[in-house]
Ligand binder design. Structure first.
Ligand code: GDP
Ligand code: MN
Length: 377
């Protein structure tokens, strides 16, 4: 999922002529100070942490400043934050505007309708999840016909806008639709869309680009750097590998089984944290590579949960055993295996010969993995 930082979203807004305050991105308090002193950012201004999580407004990650000194201090404070586990590296400095009302508009993909929908609410500025459902207007959009004039008018009414404000909403909604389609977005959200005098200004931008369209957008390659170095390596090798903060490594095949395995480990008090989905492969070399990658993530224990189909049990076992010998002694970890399905007998035998026993029962094998990880700590 390519979730864009606010400033990148606003850069897209500018491209589609959606009004946003003027602003710049800084990465140090010193740069912030000079930008404010030299007039590169109008004062008073707003300093906003460029993190992907929401709720910055209430979490101290949005601050106001009126002098270059205040700007410097606000930026220093924000850069020192870890906001919802995300380190703040960039701060957006923007002209502060006098807000009349805060509105919410978004175009999202509604997967159950299988259509884009236009969402409008006059209660903007707060998390939309906490807004009473009755006060949110939702309109499905015909994907080929696009956003019609009557639909834009209905949204204006839902937002309680009339006269010049309704008139200024209209091109914003059309632009939002163009952006959604042309930029391959799955979500474009403006919250708040602020009433500033008789104009509307997008004070925040949340844009998510559809993952499957990534190949059409080389411009976003650089922002995928929130991957860990190992995740980056995995991507190059086309291995589905995700690191979170648990200590149990999970190697499974297929997203469904991988997820279920995480749940089961969690259920027995384990902390699964390194996920590797072998998917469908019939190449032991690929399995070896994946296993070595897992080893480099230094798991306390690894739970191998394979259901053999296209990916045969013996292929996995062969790849695994070949890789086990390459892991340096200091990096070895307990391996708990459960392999079932296609060519199970051969696979189990290959593992056994290498000193790894496969426990067919899911509950017992998961519990063994949790115990092994606890023992390793
Ligand atoms: P979020 O909480 O992470 O969604 O961050 P937002 O960008 O939505 O900002 C949070 C809140 O800060 C907004 O709802 C506004 O109330 C306030 N805010 C942001 N920019 C301005 C501004 O230019 N002027 C004023 N007065 N308030 C602002
Ligand atoms: Mn917001």
């Amino acid at each position: 999922m390519v979730k864009l930082a606010e400033w990148r979203g606003k850069r897209l807004f500018r491209k589609y002529a959606i009004p946003v305050p003027s602003g710049i991105v800084v990465r140090s308090p010193g740069d912030a100070f000079s930008a404010a002193r030299d007039g590169a950012v109008p004062l008073p201004c707003v300093a906003k942490a460029q993190v992907l999580a929401g709720g910055r407004g209430t979490g101290g990650a949005v601050r106001f400043a009126s002098t270059p000194e205040e700007v410097r201090d606000a930026v220093a404070a924000i850069l020192g934050m870890e906001f919802k586990d995300e380190k703040v590296r960039e701060v957006l400095l923007e002209q502060k505007v006098a807000i009349g009302r805060e509105l919410y508009v978004a175009i999202a993909l509604d997967r159950s309708l299988r259509l884009p929908i236009l969402i409008a609410s006059s209660s903007g500025g707060v998390e939309i999840e906490s807004v009473a459902d009755g006060s949110i207007d939702r309109q499905p959009i015909h994907p080929f016909a696009g956003l019609a004039a009557y639909e834009r008018r209905r949204a204006a009414r839902a937002l309680g806008l009339s006269g010049p404000l309704a008139a200024s909403l209209d091109p914003i909604l059309s632009a939002l639709w163009s952006l959604f389609v042309r930029e391959d977005a799955e979500l474009v959200e403006i919250n708040p869309l602020a009433v500033v005098g008789d104009r509307l200004v997008a004070l925040d931008a949340k844009v998510i680009i559809e993952d499957d369209a990534g190949f059409r957008h080389p411009e976003y390659a650089e922002i995928l750097d929130d991957r860990t170095p190992l995740e980056e390596l995995a991507r190059e090798k086309e291995i589905a590998f995700v690191q979170l903060d648990g200590n149990i490594g999970v190697i499974a095949n297929g997203a469904g089984l991988t997820m279920a395995t995480l749940d089961v480990l969690q259920e027995f008090g384990g902390r699964p944290g390194i996920f590797l989905d072998l998917g469908g492969t019939d190449d032991p070399k690929k399995v070896s590579e994946a296993f070595l990658l897992m080893a480099r993530a230094k798991p306390a224990a690894v739970f191998l949960n394979i259901f053999g189909g296209v990916t045969r049990c013996d292929t996995v076992a062969r790849g695994l055993v070949a890789a086990m010998h390459e892991v340096p002694a200091a990096d070895r970890f307990p391996l708990i295996a459960r392999i079932r399905g296609n060519n199970e007998t051969e696979g189990v035998e290959i593992l056994r010969a290498a000193g790894v026993s496969s426990v067919p029962d899911l509950k017992s094998s998961a519990q063994a993995a949790v115990a092994a990880a606890a023992g390793a700590r």
